[in-house]
Design a protein around this ligand. Structure first.
Ligand code: PPS
Length: 301
């Protein structure tokens, strides 16, 4: 019988977010009302050969690439429906709070958002008919800041993070945030970067050259598009382009309005938050773990 420990750290008056551990991953309770059901859903998920998973550690550019992939499959159309309706979030599949599609009857190709680690993500048993995974990695300093701002905005759920930035940064370094340690997540996927059904991208590279990344993604999905269409999708998927369709990227906070999946969309915002001491801690305890892997990040562009 699987167990689903509930996890929340306290330091004085500060509390971390509350999590349920499902398959070893810290998952926010808002994502599932029944951890056993979620565990079964993930474990028994039947992939189709044309499934496309947009995979990230949280706050790494998921929404951005969800939108790019959706537009690639929809001739560059800009849709006003919420992105999570168009590209559903796997880990929310058993949530009572958010209405979820029936994954079995979703038309192909299914485009799915997930933060699952490589060892847990649903896979095809058949070598010849593998679904595709687009993994987006982002530098952990900007992720930590983005994650902190997001957690703060979610605290109306009543089980959320309550504390200052320093506390969140500590939780992040120690892997006590949603989906555990950043370095384990990225390295787990980085090992598979050369698998033919994996496209490993970096947020900072998309910022540097969105056009060629839209083309790369389209080619990876066997959807070669005209130069005009690629330019249009790239233009529509810049941060300012997506901001024009802001309602698509809003999510429910609880009973109290909405928060956006778009915030600043920059590389280097971490410099507004990091002290020299914290920077040293990230270098020694987070980035040092990438040493020898060949995986490197830009922290400014
Ligand atoms: S989530 O909740 O994990 O799905 O969040 P995710 O979408 O992965 O990450 C949110 C951050 O991505 C930024 N974002 C973008 N940056 C550049 N260009 C585009 N088009 C874009 N769309 C989303 C978003 O602003 C969040 O980063 P921060 O640093 O907080 O601004």
């Amino acid at each position: 019988m699987a167990s689903f420990p509930v996890f929340q750290l306290t330091e004085g008056e500060w509390t971390s977010s509350k999590f349920i551990e499902v398959l070893g991953l810290k998952i926010a309770p808002r994502l599932t009302s029944d951890p056993q059901l979620l565990c079964d859903f993930i474990t028994n998920f039947q992939t189709r050969p044309d499934d496309v998973f947009v995979v990230t550690y949280p706050k790494s550019g998921t929404t951005w690439v969800q939108e790019i992939v959706w537009q690639i499959f929809n001739e560059g159309r800009v849709a006003s429906d919420n992105i999570l309706q168009r590209v559903p979030f796997l880990e929310a599949a058993t949530s009572a709070r958010f209405p979820q599609p029936d994954y079995n009857t979703l038309p192909s190709p299914r485009i799915l958002k997930t933060h699952l680690t490589h060892n847990i993500i649903p896979k095809s048993g058949n070598e010849d008919s593998k679904c595709k995974y687009i993994y987006i990695a982002r530098n952990p300093k900007d992720i930590a800041v983005s994650f902190f701002q997001f957690e703060k905005s979610m605290k109306v759920f009543g089980h959320g993070f309550n504390g200052p930035w320093e506390f969140f940064a500590k939780l992040f370094v120690e892997g006590n945030v949603g989906f555990n340690f950043w370095n384990d997540h990225v390295l787990g996927w980085w090992k598979h970067k050369d698998d033919p059904n994996v496209l490993f991208l970096k947020y900072e590279d998309l910022q540097k050259d969105l056009l060629s990344h839209v083309r790369m993604i389209a080619n990876f999905l066997n959807k070669p598009l005209s130069d005009d269409l690629i330019s249009r999708i790239a233009e529509q998927c810049t941060f300012s382009g997506m901001k024009k369709n802001a309602a698509s990227y809003e999510i429910e906070k609880a009973d109290e309005g909405k928060t956006s999946l778009l915030r600043k969309g920059e590389v280097g915002d971490w410099k507004n938050y990091f002290t020299p001491e914290l920077n040293e801690r990230f270098e020694n305890e987070v980035l040092a773990k990438l040493k020898g892997s060949g995986l490197e990040f830009d922290f400014e562009i």
